[in-house]
Design a protein around this ligand. Structure first.
Ligand code: B12
Length: 215
């Protein structure tokens, strides 16, 4: 028997935005665990499309449609995710500035990281895609964030994560913030090489990492 998670996954694979929204609304109405819906449904679907693209079985428009369906469904779930574990006390666990680095427009993974961090009780300031080092730092300074989280999905944009750490070093700000990085081509080793405070492979692990860094 197929579950609502399978249905969400299929809707993403098919790039069916309306269905993704409808299923996200069902998740809320039927009180299904939204985090599981994200992990098993939405992430499962986009990963399948990603694999098909890599293998030449899907084309760029398929990926874009899947990404749009994912965004539409996640927008619906955002509110319930935000009302999760952190209900009534978001700011207690700390503020995090999150963005995708300069030159990179991928934001699906970043958005999931943001949604799960929010649901775990962190206050997340998402500055969006294609963001320069100084934009991350300006926002962190403005809101008093303790962590800066930078996502990169291209081997060509990973170096912008390094630029971010260097920017903090050059401006004597390195001790003021914890820097965490993530995204497809990155690794724990890359994090160590560039002097970041942590790397996480998945959004779940990003939550654990932030909890540890702020403990
Ligand atoms: C969807 C997608 C797109 C969409 C993006 C839509 C959007 N709104 O994001 C579109 C179609 C626009 C796109 C464009 C391009 N893409 Co693209 N894209 C993908 C695809 C299929 C999926 C990425 C994704 O969303 N994965 C799902 C999410 C959930 O996973 P994730 O991002 O890795 O995030 C998870 C973790 O990494 C982690 N994480 C992510 N960020 C962070 C941050 C922190 C701080 C932490 C701790 C953790 C963390 O948590 C997340 C959840 O668990 C991948 C293929 C793949 N298999 O990954 C290619 C891929 C990333 N793209 C690729 C390429 C080449 C491009 C283009 C250059 C194509 C082109 N010729 O135009 C452009 C880039 C434009 C640009 N300047 O950025 C390549 C990159 C190759 C490389 N190694 O450099 C890939 C790997 C495809 C491939 N196999 O060739 N893409």
């Amino acid at each position: 028997m197929s579950t609502i998670f399978d249905e969400i996954k299929d809707a993403i694979v098919d790039g069916d935005e309306d269905l993704a929204v409808e299923l996200a609304e069902r998740v809320i109405a039927e009180k299904v665990d939204p985090v599981q819906a994200v992990q098993l449904g939405f992430i499962g679907g986009i990963e399948e499309v990603g694999k098909a693209w890599t293998n030449g079985e899907a084309f760029l428009p398929d990926v874009m449609m899947a990404a749009d369906a994912m965004k539409a469904g996640m927008d619906v779930l955002e509110e319930v995710l935000a009302a999760g574990e952190g209900e009534g006390g978001y700011e207690d666990k700390g503020k995090i500035v999150l963005g995708t680095v300069e030159g990179d427009i991928h934001d699906i993974g970043k958005n999931i990281v943001g949604a799960l961090l929010t649901s775990a009780g962190f206050k997340v300031y998402d500055i969006g895609i294609d963001q320069k080092a100084e934009d991350f730092v300006a926002k962190a300074d403005e809101v008093g964030a303790k962590i800066i989280a930078a996502s990169a999905l291209l081997t060509t944009t990973m170096k912008s994560q390094k630029t971010l750490v260097e920017y903090l070093n050059d401006n004597n700000l390195r001790d003021k913030y914890k820097i965490i990085i993530g995204g497809g081509p990155t690794s724990a080793k890359w994090g160590e090489d560039i002097g970041a405070d942590g790397w996480a492979e998945t959004a779940d692990e990003a939550v654990e990492l932030c909890k540890q860094l702020l403990a």
